[in-house]
Design a protein around this ligand. Sequence first.
Ligand code: GCO
Length: 454
Amino acid sequence: MHFPENFMWGTASAAYQIEGAPSEDGKSPSIWDTFSHIPGKTYNGHTGDIACDAYHLYETDLNLMHNLGIRHYRFSIAWSRILPDETDNVNPAGLDYYDRLVDGCISRGIEPWITLYHWDLPQYLQDQGGWQNRKTAYAFAKYSDLVASHFKGRVSHFITINEPQCIVGMGHGFGNHAPGILLSPEDMFTVWHDLMLAHGLACRAIRKHIPDAMIGAASTGNLAYPDRKTKDIPQEARDASFLSLPASENPGWFFNHQWFLDPICLGHYPEDPHSPWAEPSRNIPKEDLKTIAQPLDFIALNIYNGHEMCLDEHGRYQIAEKYPGYPRTALKWPVTPEVLYWGPRLIYDRFHLPMIISENGLSCNDKIYLDGKVHDPDRIDFLHRYLIELRQACAEGIPVLAYLHWAFTDNYEWHSGYEERFGLVYIDYRNQERIPKDSAYWYQETILTNGENL
Ligand code: GCO
């Protein structure tokens, strides 16, 4: 059994996590350049100043991708590399880097997928209020318009915004991500709504230049599901996935799909009485909702793990307690392969749109072995289990179009710095050497056989 014909296999990255060159060729600081240099904010003061030096080594990475048979590459554009100040003057050297990257993909038969915003807001916009300032949404629309008009004819796959859940929750709620400010839930909703507006305006801008573009947005959040023997989706799973618990019971209340996908796919915010955003979301301009709900070609899902459910003594599904010593990753995230079967089913059941898996993977304590190779059996087993589940979802007709592994190379894992290795390709940060891990070759075989090898 294999994945559907034309299923797209690829990998993913993000500008701040791989590029380095924070001020080269006219780039101005982003909020992550600022935040990562604030003492105490990141592991051991790690910054993205060098990262994987992809700004200079992107051709090495594209060659590696090509040799591994990877044909789709999702990367993000550093907004402040191409629009370094508020004059809206384009920085040609910054745009030139992305021209070389895009042309490098195309010349190697690799489809470029551009993420317009992967958390690195230009600092000059943050200085004017950032996403708390509605004007930032319109600045994002201008930037998106520039990107779409410039890459028209070469790029046709776009992801507008990556994980507003993290942008708002970690950047403006917990404060452990840039810009690292702590807002009330009501003020967090202002940031949220401006991001929703930004998404809609960006969709319009892309469609204006590239009417047949494939446009999506990347969401992450709770997914709760029963065991595989269960045929239909129990209502308890829908409720546990798409209804917020009282914030007092759930500190990560903003990590959910419904507050992002309902407005952008269904044209309204969810009926979610326990959410602290239930009240503020009732007072937004109706015109905004029309702008936000632009036609989408796919929902991008960043899925790493989920919540398994089981029947309690009353015959109702509840979130199951994890057994002692349950499998987990180096970052201590639970390994729950079934989420890649049930997650797409739950999302499709609510939104009826095609999907891509825009991120899935794990952090492992990878190292160079005595034989000079990087053996990562944990990643191979993880991928094997998760992809069997995804293949089953596809076999049952759930329209998943692509799987983009997170990540192609090890990279800067935000406030965890270089402590966490998610790549199929190992980076030796002492000399920027790239070493494909065993999983890279396993993934090559999976692509070659379209999942027949699973
Ligand atoms: C995210 C981000 C990625 C992370 C990856 C591992 O989903 O948090 O999109 O940039 O690096 O998910 O945490």
